[in-house]
Design a protein around this ligand. Structure first.
Ligand code: URP
Ligand code: ZN
Ligand code: ZN
Length: 472
């Protein structure tokens, strides 16, 4: 099968030019002006952007947690992602207590088998380094043997996922040796436990207390702690879902010193603020309960500035879909509201409209944040994350003029909630290709379940920072 994409505006993190792209099989084989080649399929991309498929480095598909499971499995999540122009994601594989890492990965591979429509990798979530759980020796084998080159640890959620600073540090020491990247969910879990108990004791059970018991300072404190520990261990650190000025500040300081610290924010932090947690009609506030919580509005422009200036390197979704029925379980106690929201389908549309169209970031920077940087940081570049001869033909033909209104009624997630409900955007994916195959066209899905591939990722790469700083 060959495909010729003609006359589109090819935009990568670095370039912006009109060209034709010729795809043979799964890869891009030729990029040039007015290519005179025969192809099985010709796509006229005149007036359209031709972008690398978006890469989402933070998702939770079919995730069992606290007795509930996220409603988007690898089929529904991938359909949503494909319509949104995301062709690769990295999902979090949770090591259950008492499991080895190999067992956890086998469970997560089972979830994607026969369902995957787009490509994905896994990060491993480390929860148990006791003698019944995983060992540091096994952890060290994951990059080479399983293509899993990132270790994720939680500094909060004391009831379930949180690890001690000692275990966090030991994992950082392993990462320093294996070349894996350490990812942290940074919040001070112990203090959050105290604040939550105080709130409940005082009869404060409403959703807004999810935010009030997780103040920004506790994200800032834990972020700084993780940075210092990673530096002592000599491990690269990636801070997930940075939501506020308090956690951004230590990242900026560390990066100014040349330390191996990276960070992402997520789409929702640009659009949803703390006031959404006061929408009490129909318990709507619960829809915005995710962690870290929506923050005071002034943080939104701070985060836009951070992604524009490379203080943060990626925008992910933290896609973690629950239904209204699941959210209602926390009607009488905010601690029982499952934490999470959708995002995989709308990230590109939202960042394009409010980031690029409204002049906050350039088109090149959008591609970098949504595709190139995640691919580089997580060992998939240049196979993924750019448009280059020899790279996978993961391509989005994006119509910058097409209007869309985001809604749970029309989205492809299995969730009946969309936190961006009613938002109007200009610009949407029109045709999406994964490894040379058209997976979305004309509003229709063309991919077959099971056609998505597992991506065996390389180790962490530090070429995103100047070599001169590498030994600082
Ligand atoms: O609320 C969220 N973010 N749910 C998923 C788990 C996490 O903390 O990323
Ligand atoms: Zn988290
Ligand atoms: Zn998450």
């Amino acid at each position: 099968m060959s495909v010729l994409i003609k006359g589109g505006r090819v935009v990568t993190a670095a370039d912006d030019y009109v060209a034709d792209i010729f795809i043979e099989g799964e890869r891009i084989s030729l990029i040039g002006e007015s290519l005179d080649v025969a192809a099985d399929k010709v796509i006229d991309a005149t007036g359209k952007y031709v972008l690398p498929g978006a890469v989402d480095p933070h998702t939770h598909l079919e995730m069992p947690w606290r007795g509930k499971t996220t409603v988007d499995d690898f089929y529904h999540g991938h359909v949503a992602a494909a319509f949104g122009g995301t062709t690769t994601h990295i999902d979090f594989c949770i090591q259950a207590k008492g499991q080895t890492f190999g067992e956890a990965l086998a469970t997560w591979h089972g979830k994607r088998e026969g369902k995957a429509l787009i490509d994905n990798g896994f990060h491993i979530i480390v929860t148990d380094l006791s003698e019944n759980g995983g060992t540091l020796e096994e952890l060290a084998t994951l990059p080479e043997e399983h293509g899993v080159s990132s270790y994720k640890l939680f500094m909060s959620y004391n009831d379930s996922l949180r690890v001690s600073d000692e275990d966090l540090f030991r994992v950082m020491q392993v990462a320093a040796k294996t070349g894996a990247c350490v990812m942290v969910h940074a919040e001070n879990g112990d203090v959050i436990e105290v604040l939550m108990a105080d709130a409940i004791a005082a009869g404060n059970t409403a959703p807004v207390y999810h935010a009030l018991t997780r103040p920004p300072e506790l994200e800032g404190e834990a972020t700084n702690r993780a940075i210092q520990l990673a530096h002592v261990a000599g491990a690269p650190l990636y801070v997930v879902h940075v939501s506020c000025a308090e956690s951004l500040a230590p990242i900026v300081i560390a990066r100014e010193k040349g330390w191996d610290v990276w960070g992402e924010t997520c789409t929702q932090y640009f659009f949803v603020d703390t006031s959404f947690l006061e929408r009490l009609e129909n318990f709507e506030a619960a829809n915005y309960v995710y962690t870290p919580p929506p923050r005071p509005k002034h943080n939104q422009e701070i985060l836009w500035n951070a992604v524009r200036t490379n203080a943060l390197q990626a925008i992910s979704t933290d896609h973690c879909a629950y239904t209204l029925e699941q959210k209602a379980l926390g009607k009488d106690d905010f601690r029982q509201i499952p934490n999470g929201a959708v995002g995989m389908e709308n990230r590109l549309q939202l960042i394009h409209h409010f980031g690029v169209r409204e002049g906050r970031i350039t088109l090149n920077r959008m591609v970098e944040l949504l595709s190139t940087s995640p691919a580089k940081l997580f060992g998939m570049y240049p196979k993924k994350g750019t448009i280059v001869v020899g790279g996978d033909a993961d391509i989005v033909v994006f119509d910058p003029e097409k209007h869309a209104t985001i809604s749970a009624k029309t989205h492809h997630s299995a969730a009946d909630i969309n936190i961006f409900e009613g938002t109007e955007v200009q610009g949407s994916p029109e045709i999406v290709l994964l490894r040379g195959n058209v997976i979305v066209e004309g509003g229709e899905l063309h991919a077959k379940p099971g056609s998505g591939q597992f991506v065996h990722r390389a180790r962490f790469r530090s070429e995103l920072r100047p070599a001169a700083l590498a030994t600082a």
